[in-house]
Design a protein around this ligand. Structure first.
Ligand code: FMN
Length: 248
């Protein structure tokens, strides 16, 4: 069973280096307008995008995402969780308040996330590549200040698009035995075996890949959170300052 969507997803690979070939306005608009058809919670389309073209802002974002290429390569969007627009449309104080609470805070982050994944897929279907940059939130307040984000908006991802300068190998994914359960959260008997098998596939991928080969196991990947956790501790406090989560 295969079609072009299945092929695109099965060959998905994050790209982090791009050639000088310019992504045209038409291509960027096609990627965005197509991805806008992603599902949207309550059909509120609670996201916005900011394209960053100012070299000084790109440089600042490159620094905080620790990716030098963010400063210069491809086109750079910041995906924003946005209830600012919807609050202006709401015509009662109660409806306005509801848009700021946890439920719609999550809705805006969910919408921004699904939109971003849809952009990944459209981008790859056109032969371009992209990287989702969660590291934009290494310093959320700095991004808010740089982009002049109003109340009821928050940065969710950076998203860099360009023509790939290399073809990294596709990373393996867990097998169904590790992620698909029936009716209840009961790990199948094959669960541990699949984790062991996946660890071998992951280790082989990292050992044999054509660039940045390294000795890596599944348990090593979980240590990544040690670095990022500390950088996100202020996120809810900042969300509150931005007008979200009044019930917190
Ligand atoms: C929510 C999210 C945040 C991410 N943030 C970053 C990031 O800040 N920098 C980066 O280089 N890659 C980032 N990535 C890309 C992941 O590292 C990548 O998807 C993962 O290693 C799997 O590789 P693949 O996409 O090539 O299959 C992010 C991906 C997701 C889904």
């Amino acid at each position: 069973m295969s079609n072009s969507v299945i092929e695109t997803l099965q060959h998905h690979c994050t790209q982090r280096d791009f050639t000088d070939q310019v992504v045209s306005d038409e291509t960027l608009a096609k990627i965005i307008t197509t991805a806008q058809h992603a599902p949207s919670s309550q059909y509120l389309q609670a996201y916005s995008l900011i394209e960053v073209t100012d070299p000084a802002i790109r440089q600042a974002l490159a620094k905080l995402t620790t990716r030098a290429t963010v400063a210069t390569q491809g086109r750079l969007l910041v995906v924003i969780a946005d209830q600012h627009r919807n609050v202006q449309l709401a015509d009662t104080p109660a409806a306005q308040q509801a848009l700021t609470e946890l439920d719609r805070f999550l809705g805006s982050v969910e919408d921004a996330t699904l939109m971003t994944e849809a952009m990944v897929m459209v981008t790859e279907s056109l032969g371009l590549g992209s990287v989702v940059l969660g590291s934009i939130n290494n310093d959320t307040q700095a991004v808010i200040d740089l982009l002049h984000l109003p109340k009821l908006t928050l940065p969710v991802f950076g998203f860099q698009i360009g023509y790939p300068s290399s073809q990294p190998e596709t990373k393996p994914r867990l097998g169904l035995d590790a992620i698909l359960f029936k009716n209840q959260y009961v790990e199948p008997t094959s669960y541990q075996t699949e984790l062991t098998n996946f660890d071998q596939r992951l280790h082989a991928y990292y050992a044999n890949r054509s660039s940045h080969a390294r000795d890596e196991h599944l348990r090593d990947m979980t240590k990544e959170a040690l670095g990022s956790a500390a950088k996100r501790r202020d996120f809810f406090k900042i969300a509150t300052r931005q007008g979200f989560l009044p019930e917190a």
